[in-house]
Design a protein around this ligand. Sequence first.
Ligand code: UDP
Length: 239
Amino acid sequence: MSYEKREQLYEGKAKKVYATDDPQVVIVSYKDDATAFNGLKKGTITGKGAINNRMTNNLMRRLEAKGVPTHYVEELSDRETAVKKVSIVPLEVIIRNISAGSFAKRYGVEEGIVFDQPTIEFSYKNDDLGDPLLNSYHALALKLATQDEIDLIKKYAFAVNDLLKGFMKEIGIDLVDFKLEFGKTADGTIVLADEISPDTCRLWDEKTHEKLDKDRFRRDMGGAEEAYEEVMRRLMGEQ
Ligand code: UDP
């Protein structure tokens, strides 16, 4: 199956989205552009677009095989993938296994505390408001999703965590935390959408605890390109 690329529908911080000849399918094109702190910090991570595209597709295919419905349709090239057209549920769903980032800052704890159980939190996907944290009651009040949709999203998010933690452990990586987005297809089905990559996950080497993710860019640590390549190399089994 191949799709004809038509007009650009949208350009986000890290991806562009194009229409295709199939009204149910769009093409996502991954960029090397990197942003952090709600777009305040801007830069480039060379090669990131291709890595995030291929890594996301690898993980989405494996999640789908384990029963998590996703938007994935077909990888078209290094940077481009056909995905189901969805309306994105305006919630960022964050799962954490180990304290880091905004959790450590908000609650005044160090990074690296391993939780007995994963945590879940939502933020309202709204750049103008800076993606404020909210709970499921707020999401219902704002009509961002229904109760059934929220319940399903929570179930899928924890299932993704269990599976992803396993995939990462196999390649010597601790899954610290990550952000997911879900979408609704034309018939109302909730599916996992967006991406799963070092842009959206915190990934620490299990032995050295070296950061293999976007924190290298956020915190000006250097070596972001190499870190993304390292995760990709391990994931694709070229060790
Ligand atoms: N995250 C993301 N997009 C966002 C905010 C967070 O992909 O807009 C990811 C981030 O990479 C990390 C997890 O979600 O893996 C938790 O991020 P946190 O809330 O700690 O925020 P941050 O410290 O990144 O501002």
